[in-house]
Design a protein around this ligand. Structure first.
Ligand code: NDP
Length: 252
């Protein structure tokens, strides 16, 4: 019998590590052809090779999502080489917590540029393909990676949390707007997942908080989130999971 995502074309951003890499592998395993996008080309080449070895098909797109021209060029390649995307996992992001009084303006800007502007650049480049695919096939998916930080209060994570509240809120509005065109929009809100995300944190207090959390509970794995992404995309066309919160069992 056919795989659940056979015939589909997925684009995954932030695919060179963590949740994005695991999700690209999962979507390929479920039968989708997958374009994997991030800056680190070597990582993407390894991922493409791994997917190929497992019987899947993938295309590496090395691009910075904050560079709107680069994202548009990547979208053109997806159209030319894979026939257009019907599934976008818009996932690239960065988390740089610090007390607001430290005035880490560069880190504020970096989070806003990537988590908001980068996310929008990708939406702008790929929504036309999603709408076209939905008109032809009856369904397409836009899945945005938000965070539990969009809902709950984490001291010193204000800017990050606000960028993720943007992602969740945007997703709800886009769902209403694009659902009429058979494009399902979902926001995935994970609790803590062990990835490279934590490796970019520089604030001592946040690092101590993360270390304590790792002692107290078993964090989610990227594969746990990847399973969810595959599930969301594989649902019957009439079913749209608007918001999915996936938490480590031990995380309050
Ligand atoms: P990782 O750091 O492992 O992955 C981040 C990905 O984003 C990498 O592939 C990175 O690749 C890519 N990326 C970073 N900057 C850019 C850029 N300018 N252009 C293109 N790609 C970029 O972290 P996660 O897998 O954890 O993060 C994925 C998403 O999940 C993020 O949006 C994060 O906020 C969210 N999230 C994570 C949680 C966690 O606890 N880990 C919890 C809740 C949400 P490269 O450097 O090669 O460009």
């Amino acid at each position: 019998s056919a795989l659940p995502l056979a015939g589909r074309v997925a684009v995954v951003t932030g695919a060179s590590s963590g949740i994005g890499a695991a999700s690209a592998e999962r979507l390929a395993e479920l039968g989708a052809r997958v374009a994997v996008l991030a800056r680190r080309a070597e990582r993407l080449d390894d991922l493409v090779a791994r997917i190929g070895k497992n019987g899947g098909q993938a295309l590496a797109l090395s691009a910075d999502v904050t560079d709107v021209a680069a994202v548009r060029a990547a979208a053109d390649r997806v159209a030319a080489e894979l026939g257009g995307a019907d599934l976008l996992f818009n996932n690239a992001g960065v988390m740089l917590p610090a007390p607001i009084e430290e005035l880490a303006a560069d880190q504020w800007q970096h989070q806003i540029d990537l988590n908001i502007t980068g996310l929008m650049n990708v939406i702008g480049a790929f929504v036309p393909q999603l709408v076209e695919a939905a008109a032809e096939r009856g369904v397409a998916d836009l899945i945005n990676t938000s965070s539990i930080a969009a809902q709950n209060i984490f001291p010193n994570f204000a800017v990050y949390s606000a960028t993720k509240a943007y992602v969740t809120h945007l997703s709800r509005h886009l769902r209403a707007e694009l659902g009429r065109k058979n494009v399902r929009v979902s926001a995935i809100e994970p609790g803590i997942v062990g990835t490279e995300l934590q490796s970019h944190v520089t604030d001592e207090g946040a690092l101590a908080w993360l270390a304590g959390s790792k002692e107290e509970m078993e964090w989610l794995t990227p594969e746990d989130v990847a399973q969810t992404v595959g599930f969301v995309a594989g649902l019957p066309p009439r079913v749209n999971l608007q918001q999915v919160t996936i938490m480590p069992t031990g995380q309050p």
